[in-house]
Design a protein around this ligand. Structure first.
Ligand code: AMP
Length: 204
């Protein structure tokens, strides 16, 4: 895996397999798909045709962009796979899926979503803080959807469970162009992960 790419040629999108309530979510997903296509950035995602995922993929394809899906066989067989992608990788496990999505991408963007989106977002951040990859991780904060999550991360930092540098490595923006520009300028943190190591004796 190339672990130090500043040139974003391929972005991995994490987002809801449901559309959500706020129409701004669908608008942002469509805008993201179109923007990537116009900038010749390949869209890599979970391969579904459902929810915000499907909206982003369709918009990218309509605008002439390249869209690559990575879907586990079980989900493909449930017929949630998108039939019109540039390329679809069918893998056996969710772990394989995330590893391949990372391998195919130069950075990650999360849009509003549920557990699946949050799991993917936090795995990307976890791998980054342990330097398994050094790729930028961004969140498009549509309609303030991620405000509470960001507050919680500040709380984790204040409780010294998250380093300042690792808290700051998550790029949060409510404007897509600005988010992409900040991801392009991203410098990975080089701190080690652990804070305030304690001996076993000091706990008991
Ligand atoms: P969620 O946010 O729980 O809706 O999960 C969406 C995320 O998990 C996406 O970024 C996908 O990679 C993955 N995912 C969850 N459900 C599906 C599905 N039905 N089809 C394809 N990918 C899915």
């Amino acid at each position: 895996m190339d672990t130090d790419k500043k040139n974003l040629k391929s972005i991995c999108l994490f987002c809801g397999s449901s559309p959500g309530v706020d129409p701004a979510f669908r608008l942002a997903a469509a805008q993201l798909g179109t923007t990537l296509a116009y900038n010749n950035i390949r869209l890599v995602y979970g391969g579904g045709h459902v929810g915000l995922m499907g909206v982003a993929a369709d918009a990218c394809l309509v605008a002439g962009g390249e869209v690559v899906g990575v879907i586990p066989r079980k989900l493909m067989e449930k017929e949630v796979g998108h039939a019109g992608l540039t390329q679809m990788h069918v893998v056996e496990t969710m772990h394989e899926r995330k590893a391949l999505m990372t391998q195919l991408s130069d950075g990650f963007i999360a849009l509003p979503g549920g557990y699946g989106t949050l799991d993917e977002l936090f795995e990307a951040l976890t791998w980054q803080q342990l330097a398994y990859h050094l790729l930028p991780v961004g969140v498009l904060n549509v309609s303030g959807f991620f405000d509470h999550l960001v507050q919680f991360l500040d709380h984790a930092r204040d409780q010294r469970l998250l380093r300042d540098a690792h808290r700051d490595s998550l790029i949060v923006d409510n404007d897509l162009s600005s988010l992409i520009a900040r991801m392009q300028a991203f410098v990975p943190p080089n701190n080690e992960k652990w804070l305030d190591r304690v001996s076993k004796e000091s706990i008991v």
